[in-house]
Design a protein around this ligand. Structure first.
Ligand SMILES: Cc1cc2nc3c(=O)[nH]c(=O)nc-3n(C[C@H](O)[C@H](O)[C@H](O)COP(=O)(O)OP(=O)(O)OC[C@H]3O[C@@H](n4cnc5c(N)ncnc54)[C@H](O)[C@@H]3O)c2cc1C
Length: 471
């Protein structure tokens, strides 16, 4: 098997190319004229196949790579990866509850797939807010979500990873088997191999899995009071999750302010928090959602809309100790001006995720490669969304300017810029994404040298193979 996987890897540069010139740089050794070994060629589709468009569709078409072929391995024997290969893991969509109540999750599973099975077993674990996000892709960078204050990051709950290395070898890693790799996989995990499946700890459902939700709307004039209220709740109750959203009405272009508040507890307890907002809100819709319903039904289904594929999505993100009220109001004013002047940007929005951090911060700074413990009180996420490229520059300039503003220590409250890599833009320094400590750089680079000596897994925030190349 290893021999065949090696040859797959060697061939990858021929068979899958970005949109630019498709110049073969490797010799076709398949013997069947396709570039693929004959026993996997049936799992490869190109643009003439009806499955190609769904299998290659990406959430964002903004500056996205394009592919001429997609490989959908049917089992781990067929699995390997190479620079430029788009591998869809749709055939690895499974979640199993084990006898010890851990959950084993195939790399093709989304957050929504996971919560259906984990929730049905009366258990819970930290997942992100959006149903469509890959549970594996998210935890490799950390994995933030509403229950993180109780159970830590998604990656903090990882107990075992089964993965393919660059040479096709399949290994497992835990805190006692290849422990250094296990450390790196949780926070920088897209750098060292291809994950096949992951086993997570699960926990008894809080409040029987019932969550209080309050969906509040406000006039823009109340934005400063909303910010004051959110800041007054820091550090957040670990059962509480607040998302503050500034967006636009697509028809009137009026700027809207929404707060989504979810409390993993009783309605009475949750109301203790929503009452702090509802006395000056325009509307307040309260409901109870189960753990499994949260990704698809919270915020009135807003997250399903966020999941629609194919739009241009230009993202910026930065972490903040508190929300700087004056900057936030000024950003909202500029947002209003931007949307009025460029109605084609009306699907753009910015939001702040304010989640509990206790279970994350309880773990030591070196618990995993996730470098931001103690520095993620609030995530600012700026989403410039459009379909017409004529507004791309205006939207990007606005997003970048405000990301840079909130990165300033006197605005963010942190002494250096903190960006959760999965919310980054791609222009950040590596030390911003992976931490500035020299020991982190040395440890990550040593792992890269050991587990990815040829830089096969360099597609996303590549850890450098030499210390000098850290930025
Ligand atoms: C709408 C939306 C909502 C989001 N909400 C959250 C949230 O609530 N919490 C959160 O933490 N993040 C969230 N994110 C960010 C998300 O974690 C990252 O975008 C992540 O990279 C998505 O992973 P994916 O597998 O879905 O995407 P992909 O594009 O498939 O994967 C991203 C990268 O991860 C790596 N990767 C993926 N699978 C594997 C694998 N099996 N083995 C090795 N490497 C792999 C690859 O380098 C790949 O390029 C959100 C993103 C979006 C678009």
């Amino acid at each position: 098997m290893v021999g065949r996987l090696r040859s797959l890897l060697t061939l990858s540069a021929i068979i899958v190319t970005a949109s630019s010139a498709a110049t073969p740089i490797c010799r076709d050794v398949s013997g069947n004229g396709t570039g693929w070994p004959s026993d996997v060629v049936g799992s490869v589709v190109d643009s003439s196949d009806p499955k190609f468009s769904t299998q290659s569709a990406r959430w964002s078409s903004y500056e996205a790579p394009t592919f001429s072929q997609v490989f959908a391995p049917e089992d781990e024997e067929q699995l390997s990866i190479g620079n430029g290969v788009l591998i869809t893991m749709e055939n690895f969509n499974y979640t199993k509850i084990n006898d010890d109540l851990t959950a084993t999750v195939g790399a093709g599973s989304t957050f929504n797939d996971v919560v259906q099975v984990v929730g049905a077993a009366g258990r819970e674990m930290t997942v992100g807010s959006c149903p469509c996000v890959g549970a594996t892709g998210a935890y490799l960078g950390g994995g933030v979500g509403r229950l993180q204050g109780l159970h830590g990051l998604s990656s903090d709950g990882v107990r075992k990873i089964r993965m393919a290395l660059w040479n096709g070898t399949i290994i497992e890693t835990t805190d006692s088997v290849n422990p250094d790799l296990f450390w790196g996989m949780r926070g920088a995990g897209q750098n060292f191999g291809f994950v096949i499946e992951t086993t997570f700890a699960t926990y008894p459902q809080t409040n029987g899995g019932n969550n209080y939700e309050s969906q509040l709307t406000f006039n823009i004039s109340s934005l400063g009071t909303v910010v004051d209220t959110v800041n007054s709740l820091l550090p957040l109750d670990p059962k509480l999750a607040i998302v503050t959203i500034v967006g636009a009405d697509a028809t009137t272009l009026e700027t809207l302010v929404l707060v989504n508040l979810v409390y993993a507890g009783t309605t009475e307890e949750g109301r203790g928090y929503s009452n702090l907002f509802s006395n000056y809100s325009i509307s307040n819709i309260e409901t109870t959602l189960t753990y499994a319903e949260l990704p698809t039904k919270s915020a009135g289904g807003f997250n399903n809309i966020k999941c629609i594929k194919g739009h241009r999505q230009d993202q910026y993100g930065v972490s903040m100790k508190t929300i700087d009220k004056n900057s936030f109001i000024a950003m909202a004013q500029e947002y209003t001006d931007l949307i009025q002047a460029n109605p084609l940007l009306n699907a753009s929005a910015f939001l702040v995720e304010t989640f509990g951090v206790q279970a994350i911060d309880d773990l030591g700074d070196d618990y995993s490669a996730f470098p931001h413990r103690g520095r993620i009180n609030n995530f600012l996420e700026i989403n410039v969304s459009f379909d017409d490229d004529s507004v791309a520059d205006a939207g990007d300039a606005w997003g970048k300017r405000w990301r840079d503003n909130f990165s300033e220590p006197d605005v963010s409250g942190y002494n250096s810029t903190v960006v959760y890599q999965n919310y980054g833009h791609g222009d950040e320094m590596l030390s911003t994404l992976y931490g500035a400590d020299a020991w982190r750089h040395e440890r990550l680079t040593a792992l890269k040298q050991s587990y990815d000596p040829q830089g096969v897994f360099n597609a996303y925030h590549a850890v450098p193979r030499s210390i000098e190349r850290w930025s």
